[in-house]
Design a binder for this molecule. Structure first.
Ligand code: 3HC
Length: 312
């Protein structure tokens, strides 16, 4: 049974009235937003690492600059999202500590290795492509700061997706047979993990029902996964590549692509921490924070000196 405040809150959400930080909100709404936004921010920051692996190995200066810009964008997305999270009363350091203790997650996609340069193309095209499909509806999320953060994020992701696809198209059009095989290998390794980015099937999605009622989530996991697949298969064919899914086929009646069974065992193993690079990536984040402590100390000392000067 809803309390008068809860009923009033739900009426606002149903009427598409944005919820702002100072408005009353159910504790569960606050908690699930901190859960989702913090993990979204963690994903952006950890997501810089797989690409950072190829920054020093980019084949041309142009590719290096593009990759540098993309990685810097991801950092910015993370900072936007941590700021949106803080409007809910969450503490940034505390949430990052939870990540380092393995108590909260980051997107499964970033637990996979990046073995060749073609992976930079596959990540831009498939991973940022999936992220766009997932993030565009979040621009209409009922919580104002999260929705507004998504507007700029989505614009920048579109650039990431295009530069990723252009890397692969260049390799397929101008590359050697070995480079073409490298593209297909990258697609083979990132195809299924990209589909897993959308989360478990709706039947196994404990947060979906409540998130849909509160208009945090506008579409179910399976619907967005299908939307991503339907837009991606024609791009895959234009590349002249194939998907590692023998059951992938167009269904004229439904107007959608049918696809094979997702390896949910792999997905839940990754979520439990058993993944190719998950532990290593968190270790990298921890040492980055430790090694950067002197920068934060220096900034604080400098700020204190400035204050002292201003007072004297
Ligand atoms: N990786 C890791 N954990 C995942 C996951 C994935 N791919 N998919 C689902 N999960 C987790 C959920 O967080 C939840 O665990 P929790 O309760 O401990 O948080 C559990 O699995 C069950 O999933 P639900 O479907 O019930 O959870 P949600 O309703 O939160 O839906 C979601 C999952 C669709 C990922 C949703 O949280 C979401 O839209 N998050 C915001 C967007 C996001 O995080 N995108 C992926 C980041 S990649 C990225 O953006 C970087 C890009 O710029 C390259």
């Amino acid at each position: 049974e809803m309390s008068p405040e809860e009923r009033h809150f739900q009426e606002k959400v149903d009427a598409e009235v944005r919820i702002e930080p100072k408005n009353w909100m159910p504790e569960g709404y606050r908690k699930t937003l901190i859960r989702q936004i913090s993990q979204h921010a963690h994903s952006e920051i950890v997501g810089m690492l797989p690409e950072g692996n190829w920054l020093t190995r980019a084949p041309t200066l142009k590719r290096k600059l593009q990759l540098m810009a993309k990685i810097q964008d991801e950092a910015g997305h993370g900072l936007y999202l941590y700021s949106a999270m803080e409007t809910l009363g969450a503490d940034r350091d505390e949430e990052i500590e939870k990540l380092h203790r393995g108590e909260v997650k980051f997107s499964s996609i970033f637990t996979y290795p990046t073995l060749t340069w073609a992976d930079m193309g596959a990540i831009g095209w498939l991973v940022d492509g999936a992220a766009i499909v997932n993030q565009v509806p979040l621009q209409r999320c009922s919580y104002g700061p999260y929705a507004r953060a998504m507007i700029r994020v989505c614009k920048e992701e579109s650039f990431h997706q295009r530069q990723g696809y252009e890397i692969l198209l260049t390799m397929m059009r101008e590359g050697t047979d070995e480079q073409k095989a490298m593209v297909q290998d990258a697609i083979n390794r990132f195809w299924w993990p990209s589909l897993m980015m959308f989360g478990p099937s709706d039947a196994n999605s404990p947060n979906s029902a409540q998130s849909m009622a509160w208009k945090i989530k506008r579409h179910g996991n399976d619907e967005l996964r299908q939307r991503f697949l339907d837009q991606t298969v024609p791009q895959l064919e234009f590349l002249g590549c194939t998907a590692p899914d023998p059951d992938l086929k167009w269904n004229e009646e439904t107007g959608h692509y049918e696809f094979g069974e997702i390896n949910w065992q792999e997905f839940f193993d990754v979520l439990k921490g058993h993944s190719p690079c998950g532990v290593e990536r968190i270790q990298q984040r921890k040492s980055a924070i430790d090694e950067g402590q002197w920068v934060r100390d220096a900034a604080v000392a400098y700020a204190r000196n400035q204050e002292r000067k201003a007072k004297s």
